[in-house]
Design a protein around this ligand. Structure first.
Ligand code: G3P
Length: 214
């Protein structure tokens, strides 16, 4: 299972890179807006920190516009993955980019049929938004399970990238149901390390060592 960090903040990415477990980075226009910098600057800097897939999203809503933006973005670095919205135009752009061997991440997926369309278009990744479905009173994790079943039924190679992850339970459950990738904010990833019994156990080991070596 791959771990991506979902942020545009380079300081967070630098910190997370030290953990040695980060495989890639996802961004979206809202995350880039929070940085106050241009997408090009942020993505190029991220590519210099993490050697793995880095998703950068297009802003155009028509297929031709998406394709010309994708061509620009793809020039920034070999590791860049073009993030496209799950619309008719986005799926058409995905099919074209797949034919050309350009890596894609189809985002804003909220149903199994949308995920099926992305796989048919040869998407590299499909991003179902777990947290936003939960917020709307649906079961985000059930969607991941359904996509897993559909992709396995037909041998689709599109990787399931569980997105809009809000907590450690989302990470655990995404792993249990077989998501290929999770992308999570810095705080959620950092929380995965924490267990009160680990802290308590370590404190006791260190205290015993101290006593024995006085
Ligand atoms: O990058 C896409 C996704 O992870 C967004 O998450 O928390 O804005 O629903 P969120």
């Amino acid at each position: 299972m791959k771990f991506f960090i979902d942020t545009g903040m380079v300081e967070e990415i630098k910190e997370a890179a030290k953990w040695g477990i980060i495989d890639g980075v996802t961004t979206n226009p809202s995350l880039i807006a929070k940085t106050g910098r241009s997408q090009a600057d942020v993505i190029k800097e991220i590519c210099s920190i993490i050697d793995g897939p880095i998703s950068a999203e297009v802003i155009a809503t028509d297929t031709e516009g998406m394709l010309s933006e994708a061509m620009e973005i793809a020039k920034w670095h070999d590791n860049v993955v073009i993030k496209l919205p799950l619309t008719e135009e986005g799926i058409a752009a995905c099919a074209k980019l797949s034919e050309q061997g350009v890596k894609t991440n189809v985002t804003l997926c909220f149903s199994p049929n949308q995920a099926l369309l992305a796989a048919k278009a040869g998407a590299t990744y499909i991003s179902p938004f777990i947290g936003r479905l939960d917020d709307a009173g649906h079961d985000g994790m059930a969607l991941i399970e359904e996509i897993r079943t559909i992709y396995d039924n037909f041998g689709f190679t599109t990787e399931i990238l569980a997105a809009s992850i809000r907590n450690s339970t989302h990470v655990r459950d995404a792993a249990i149901v077989g998501s290929d990738v999770i992308t999570a904010p810095y705080g959620v990833l950092k929380a995965l390390y924490k267990h009160p019994l680990t802290d308590k156990g370590l404190a006791a080991f260190l205290a015993d060592h101290e006593k024995a070596n006085k």
